[in-house]
Design a protein around this ligand. Sequence first.
Ligand SMILES: [Zn+2]
Length: 473
Amino acid sequence: MKTSLRLYDTKTRAVHNVAAANDKHVKIYCCGPTVYRDAHVGNLRTFLLSDLIVRILNFRDVPVYVVQNITDVGHMNENFIAGNIVESTEDKMLEEANRRHIPALAIAREFEAKFHADLALLNISPANLYPRASETIDLMIAAITKLLASGNAYQGTDESIYFAANSFPDYGAISGNRLGALKPGHRYEYVDDGAKKFHADWALWKRAHNRTEMVWETPWGDGFPGWHIECSAMSMEYLQGHVDLHLGGIDLRFPHHENERAQSNSLLAGKEAVDHWVHGEHLLFEGRKMSKSAGNVVLVQDLLERGIDPLALRLCFLENRYRSQMDLTWDAIIAANTMIQRWRGRISEWKNGSPSDEVLIDREVESLINDFENDLDTPKVFQRLRALEKDLELTTNTKREVFLRIDQVLGLDLERPEALTEISAEVSQLLAAREQARADKDFALSDELRDKLALLKIEVRDTAEGQKWDRIY
Ligand SMILES: [Zn+2]
């Protein structure tokens, strides 16, 4: 089943139509969160990408089935050693558990719940399935057993099980990081990696040794899974051995997705497991990479504390194309918040205006959906919507209907009544006086009253339907 949605595929470095291998639905796998801390807005940008794709396909009545993993074991911390990122032996979950003196799984459930709450605040529709790593260990053990049997994996001298990178000659096709060009020490598993045969090999299963929490029995001794194998095991199981569309942040392209592809394709005896690899670009905040050490981590909670509608963040992301690195700022979020409120105001006032024109509505909506389908050209959609807002040719209800239909994809709740409609008695009197001045054709007084209203943060506009006002934020 071919769809009209065209997306850039990182592996072939070209834009292709998204297609489903079967006629039932498009099978989507989206790498999910490691639940040891809050998802910051950069993580949420990737999750919004998945939602946007789902909404566009659904708009065209294309069914989708989305699986997103919850990593609650096996994601190792990353350390910088001699300028390279090297994974340490410390599990992110366990490190946080030790710090807070509570069980790792208690932390996992706490942040998993917060992750779902954040998605809901951003109108990100839930996936069909959220398998947890800690509950799919049997799938990983089965996958590793198969990889050992096919000669793609081996047991190292430390008794951990490693994937033999050389057993997959096509390694590096997604990121361009071919095995021959990879140097030892450049972002590999494990600091103590003397146990593996080749520096680019990675751990599928790690022996527990001194670790006692989150440890499972296997035919190769007790231990715990590596991070990469969970996505292969889950996607192959829950999407029946084929992924139509694989989504994730650009930082996962290498090594996570490269390793996942090597594992999944090897499990399928060389068949390609994923048709289409789509990556969302990095998010900067106020010009810098968001990180705890830089002190610029922004959470959805921070917007709520400033009285900003979280959907303003959704709008900011949509105004930038998913494939461009984006520099988010508080000014941009505040401006987006103002715009959402203005649009909601328009939607309610347009209702009382002139009737709609179905032909024009269909034409405008089709053209906007085409922009979405053209590799998610959301900046163009917003450019067009801003022009439509000001358009004097279209009737108000035509515009209203276009905005509301497109909001099925935008997800900005534009029909939500704007709460801040109450005005003070002073503003009310000034508005009435100005209306009278306009009726009397006393334009000098009318302008004077407009200035007075502006000082009270009220902007007035004269329309065919009379005087209208907006709050200035
Ligand atoms: Zn993944």
